[in-house]
Design a protein around this ligand. Structure first.
Ligand code: MLT
Length: 393
């Protein structure tokens, strides 16, 4: 037996596991300290009533012989795909139900989608970036090219003709920087992908946070994108499903390589390796698109964006430059006094008992930056910013 040697090329542990372990150790040594976590982007508000009512109803159905359901379709129930298609239609994006695959979340799909691509492909990944894109490609042993996302390009790299990539990762609104691509910028990426016969893996997990109406929520708002892009969406941050688990992936029928529809391959992959998301969860997700569900989930998003404003105001007071927080739940700040990301992590944990995410954990260009999430409780956010202000710059 031989192991997959590529795993030995990974960092010792996944970024958020490393942080969780560090915080756990700190808490063990300092049990009296009230540690506030603004690190991993985990929601704190409960599921909204529209969602829990729909799930309760589904639980009752599952308890009755006449309405009980066993295995569902691996790619998700039609009722949820249809609700998602209607959601896309509001932005004039027309999708067929069979182009939408329901899953247990964007993280799994972003990793699993690589099954349908050859390991010979070269991937192009922004730096800094959500670590799942990098780690899953290291696991597969793919060649990775990085593109710089820096303050100079507004953390939104554009295609470079010198780079020859087959698979391109884009995340907008961006995790970790909070930057959002404009339509004309995404158009450049679509043109590049079509010209280079590349595929764009577009992570739209944070689209619901976009407030500026001129910004695109989906890559399919861009002409030609259905021929070159797969889109990943999630209910985690949109509707508080981090613990409930539900997401979706769109693979348009028009997307082909060497005459093979990628939709067919993904369907084959999912039907073989996945048995679908629980019926109860899918009914909860469907309720997000009812009038009440929409209103209630948007209220939660407004609450988180208000947290982001509070954090932003504190950073302004401290004179610390930052981006994000307006169309995104993440604040990407510069570490004060030229500190490295991990030094600032330790400093903030020890001196203010506040946890954030070191920018360096998202890539080399993240060094010297720090990410704060706005998904905390209001009281915690107020207390954390008060402590940071007290600590000074
Ligand atoms: C993050 O903090 O970057 C995300 O919450 C992680 C995730 O969504 O998997």
């Amino acid at each position: 037996m031989n192991i997959n040697q590529n795993y030995l090329n990974l960092k010792e542990s996944y970024l958020f596991s490393t942080i969780a372990k560090k915080v756990e150790d700190y808490k063990k040594q300092n049990p009296d300290k009230n540690v506030i976590r603004l690190g991993i982007g985990d929601v704190t508000l409960p599921l909204c009533p529209a969602v829990t009512e729909a799930m309760e109803k589904a639980v009752k159905e599952m308890g009755k012989k006449e309405t009980f359901r066993g295995y569902g379709p691996e790619q998700g129930y039609g009722f949820l795909a249809s609700a998602l298609a209607a959601y896309y239609q509001k932005r004039n994006v027309s999708l067929e139900e069979h182009e939408i695959f329901i899953s247990d979340g964007a993280k799994s799909d972003l990793g699993n989608i690589l099954d349908i691509f050859s390991v010979d492909n070269t991937v192009l990944i922004p730096d800094p970036v959500y670590p799942v894109y990098v780690d899953t490609n290291i696991m597969a042993g793919r060649n990775i090219l990085y593109m710089n996302a820096t303050a100079e390009n507004g953390f939104l790299p554009l295609p470079d003709e010198k780079m020859d990539a087959d698979i391109i990762y884009l995340c907008s609104p961006n995790n970790p920087t909070g930057a959002v691509y404009r339509k004309e910028q995404l158009q450049k990426w679509v043109e590049y992908a079509l010209e280079h016969k590349a595929v764009i893996l577009f992570d739209a997990a944070y689209e619901a946070f976009i407030q500026d109406e001129s910004l695109p929520h989906s890559i399919y708002e861009i002409e030609g994108a259905k021929k070159c892009a797969i889109e990943f969406g999630s209910f985690s941050k949109t509707a508080g499903f981090t613990g409930t688990r539900c997401g979706y992936t769109v693979v348009p029928m028009e997307l082909e390589s060497s005459g093979v529809a990628l939709n067919r391959l993904w369907l084959r992959r999912q039907t073989t390796k996945f048995n679908g998301v629980p019926y109860i969860v899918q009914r909860g997700a469907e309720a997000v698109f009812t009038e009440e569900g929409h209103r209630q989930t948007r209220q939660a998003i407004a609450y988180y964006l208000e947290n982001a404003k509070i954090i932003g105001r504190a950073l302004n007071t401290l004179g610390i430059p930052y981006t994000g927080g307006e169309n995104s739940p993440y604040i990407w700040m510069q570490c004060p006094d030229g500190m490295t990301s991990w030094d600032y992590f330790d400093y903030l944990l020890e001196k203010a008992n506040v946890v954030g995410t070191p920018g360096a954990g998202f890539g080399n260009n993240g060094e010297g930056f720090f990410r704060l999430t706005s998904f905390g409780n209001r009281e915690d956010v107020l207390e954390a910013t008060r402590r940071m202000e007290q600590l000074g710059k």
